[in-house]
Design a protein around this ligand. Structure first.
Ligand code: SAM
Ligand code: MG
Length: 214
């Protein structure tokens, strides 16, 4: 049977990247997506915005919604200070299996906990399961209609503290209008848009950074 796109992305990493070198893993995936097959990674242009926000926040606790093949997981994990834990959630077992291999190829498996399941079920379990009190940084990049219900779940579960930073991908394309309207109008967030383009294209897209004010 024919291989899947995530399997072909993993092959490209194994062929072209250096084990234990996250930068080479990122480059190999970007090269594959620009030259062979488009894929829904945050990509290099928005990825560098993600990098600068992670560096600025210097988080000790990080949550990612939507792992896919682990591209953004590798981007974030490579910037984390020693001792920082990144929890990433993915409900597709085939994607999770590829992501585990890509994260391990980059040498970042000790910094990352990949949890398989739907965010709506897992978010309420996070405190107990992982001994987390609040997240310093959250990257939202799962299905776009889940951003709004899941940010409300963070609030209900007490996973945000004053100063927690949320960064949401694809707020223009495919778009998350209800989420944008919520974070931009709620007195509990200070929100800012970072314009860019949909990964590996010239189509307008961007990231929304929202700081929880308590
Ligand atoms: N963050 C990744 C990157 O930049 O490399 C890309 C993530 S991709 C755009 C979205 C992923 O979220 C898909 O792999 C999908 O299976 C997963 N997903 C969507 N809704 C989810 C949910 N409610 N819970 C867990 N995973 C979900
Ligand atoms: Mg995205």
């Amino acid at each position: 049977t024919r291989s899947t796109r995530p399997q072909r992305m993993l092959k490209a990493v194994q062929k072209n990247a250096t084990k234990g070198n996250p930068e080479s893993v990122i480059s190999a995936i970007d090269y594959f997506c620009k030259n062979s097959e488009w894929a829904m990674n945050v990509g290099d242009e928005k990825g560098s915005i993600l990098d600068s926000v992670v560096t600025e926040v210097n988080p000790s606790t990080v949550l990612e919604l939507g792992t896919y093949c682990g591209y953004s997981t590798v981007r974030i994990a490579r910037l984390l200070s020693p001792g920082t834990k990144l929890i990433t959630l993915e409900f597709n077992p085939a994607y999770a299996a590829v992501a585990r291999q890509i994260i391990a190829y980059a040498g970042l498996q000790d910094k990352v906990t990949l949890v398989e399941g739907p965010s709506s079920e897992l978010i309420p379990q996070i405190k107990e399961r992982f001994g987390i009190t609040t997240f310093d940084f959250i990257f939202l990049d799962h299905w776009k209609d889940r951003y709004l219900p899941d940010i409300k779940l963070f609030e209900e579960c007490g996973l945000l503290r004053k100063g927690s930073v949320l960064l949401a991908d694809n707020v223009i394309c495919p778009g998350t209008p209800e989420y944008l309207e919520y974070v931009r109008n709620s007195p509990h967030y200070e929100s800012r848009y970072y314009p860019a383009h949909l990964e590996y294209t010239k189509v307008e897209d961007g990231l929304e950074k929202s700081v929880f004010l308590g």
